[in-house]
Design a protein. Sequence first.
Length: 142
Amino acid sequence: MRRSILITGLLFALSPLCQAGQIYKWVDAQGVTHFDAQPPAGQSATVVTPAVGNVPAPPRAALPTSAPVGDQNAVDAKVKKQIADQEAARKAYCEKVRTNLAQLENNARVREEVNGELRRLTEEERQTRLLEARKAIEENCS
């Protein structure tokens, strides 16, 4: 059983390589580069072989000659930290609102604590809170 699964997996993994045809590249009289599955008539063309496997990342651009001073690095770090904190708070808020929405949708008898006492929400209050939760998710959690 394992052998048949392994063979099937290998066949699926190698099937795109078997189906790939040759790609031809040529430059016309106006200097435009063309790629096609068929070579042009009466013109020389080179066969392009696609890279298989991991394609190396393009080289990074060199840093500018005037690197930011230490104060700028500190400001950048502070701003990045503030943005990360805001994003974490937004995610926590969205999770809480989605949980509340699920509770409101799944339970027709929702209770809340008011001044130390539990009271049941009316259907109108429940529908209002459903709308508010959906609106909050739409506005803040996209």
